[in-house]
Design a protein. Structure first.
Length: 265
């Protein structure tokens, strides 16, 4: 099995072997790749020195699987992942819901975290990746929430109707398919649900604007953009260079991915 170091080494050698000058896009790609490589090295060190328990944020104390099913790892472990959502998550946790639908759950960071913080709520976690489903099950078992967590694969728009009679929080992160799924004209149950969705595709695609327009007649819509602030770091991490501290909280985003928090009027 090829290691991350070998993959990075191969790609760098291939790029540097070119005789013609590298384009701006190629240079940006190398920078992104090297950032991910260094981020992974930092993540491995945090795991080795501090363990796998989330250190801060709304899910402090949750134990993670040794790796993320998708994307970055260190921000989840430090507890600063997707900071812009934290005040809204705390508000929703305090309010309580009958059900939470986590569509695109990956390894279960939100599904397991919300199950721990909302002991009277049933959590439904969906992901097309079978490996992510297995990791989510393992995390549920480690954190003692298996009995209140139902894990599935494909979630279709028609499935919202099964939750129409429940006070439901919907969290969606499905890498660009959110426009097709979140259509209140086609799936009327959405009109009464509280929704948090990450919008992909960048400004040119217009997903954020499309979903805002769809839900404004029935919801109060709040746009949240990515924010970064340094979390409380372990003493040994405070001795790292500034670049390493920045890379530790980097979430690997290659373009803007704003969130919409949509609450029924």
């Amino acid at each position: 099995m090829t290691s991350l170091n070998q993959t990075v080494d191969t790609l760098l050698r291939r790029a540097l072997a070119k005789t013609e000058p590298l384009s701006r896009q190629e240079l940006e790609g190398i920078l992104h790749l090297m950032g991910k490589w260094r981020h992974q090295m930092i993540s491995n060190t945090i795991k080795m020195r501090d363990g796998l328990v989330v250190q801060g944020g709304p899910f402090a104390g949750m134990q993670l699987a040794p790796y993320s099913a998708e994307g970055c790892f260190a921000p989840k472990l430090l507890g600063c992942y997707e900071q812009a959502l934290h005040p809204h998550l705390e508000k929703f946790i305090a309010r309580g819901f009958d059900a939470v639908l986590n569509i695109g759950c990956a390894e279960g960071y939100y599904a397991i975290g919300l199950a721990q913080r909302m002991p009277n709520t049933r959590i439904f976690a969906y992901d097309l990746n079978e490996g992510a489903q297995e990791t989510c099950r393992a995390m549920a078992d480690i954190n003692g929430v298996t009995e209140r967590l139902i894990i599935g694969g494909l979630f279709s728009g028609g499935d919202f109707e099964r939750f129409a009679a429940l006070d439901t929080l919907v969290m969606v992160d499905i890498e660009g398919a959110e426009e097709a799924l979140l259509d209140p004209e086609a799936f009327h149950a959405l009109r009464q649900m509280t929704i948090v969705v990450e919008c992909h595709g960048g400004p040119k695609r217009g997903t954020t604007e499309t979903l805002t327009s769809r839900f404004q007649p029935t919801h109060h819509v709040t746009r949240l953009d990515q924010t970064y602030s340094q979390p409380t770091l372990s003493p040994w991490m405070r001795d790292l260079g500034h670049m390493d501290q920045l890379l530790a909280i980097w979430e690997w985003r290659g373009e803007p991915t704003p969130w919409l928090v949509m609450e029924p009027l």
